[in-house]
Structure formats: C-alpha cells, structure tokens
Design a protein around this ligand. Structure first.
Ligand code: ZN
Ligand code: ZN
Length: 86
C-alpha cells in the first residue's frame, strides 16, 4: 500500500495533513494537532517516530452524481496511518 499523504508541520503543536482521496482523487487538507501522536505513544508504542491512525472521509466539494445535497465528499471512508518524524 503506497503512502500517499504528506504531513506538514505548522508551528510546534500542529500539522496539516495533505492527501488525495483514493476514490475521486480530490486534494484534501486536514489540521492535526501534535497531541494525537503523544496519545498514541502513551498507548505503548516504542522507539522512533510514533504512528497514529486517522479516520478519514472525503470532504471534496466536487459535484458527484448520486450525492445527497446536504453532504460534501464522494462518500469514501478510509484510514491513514500517519507516522510522525521526530
Ligand atoms: Zn470528489
Ligand atoms: Zn473523494
């Protein structure tokens, strides 16, 4: 499985996660606080960078057929395993 996301540090306590929707290919941005990695680390992972599993859903604003009008995205749901770089 290819890792197709990018983690961009924003200051000391925040990241912006950039990835493409695997279904429709829309470019998505999601703010992530650095605390999610500390929580994962305290759950018992050891050594190196800590990883965090982020549940994702497509939030694109594209006009997809069959999509209810009050929703955004193409309906795709997936998870990203994000590894912090110490
Ligand atoms: Zn889309
Ligand atoms: Zn999508």
């Amino acid at each position: 499985m290819a890792s197709d996301h990018t983690l961009v540090p924003v200051g000391d306590e925040e990241y912006v996660l950039l990835c493409d929707c695997p279904r429709c290919g829309a470019a998505l941005e999601l703010p992530l606080f650095a605390g999610v990695f500390r929580q994962s680390a305290s759950a018992g992972q050891g050594g190196g960078g800590t990883s965090h599993v982020e549940p994702m859903s497509c939030m694109c604003l594209d006009d997809h057929p069959n999509r209810p009008h009050d929703r955004t995205g193409c309906g795709a749901y997936w998870t990203l395993t994000i590894t912090s770089t110490p």
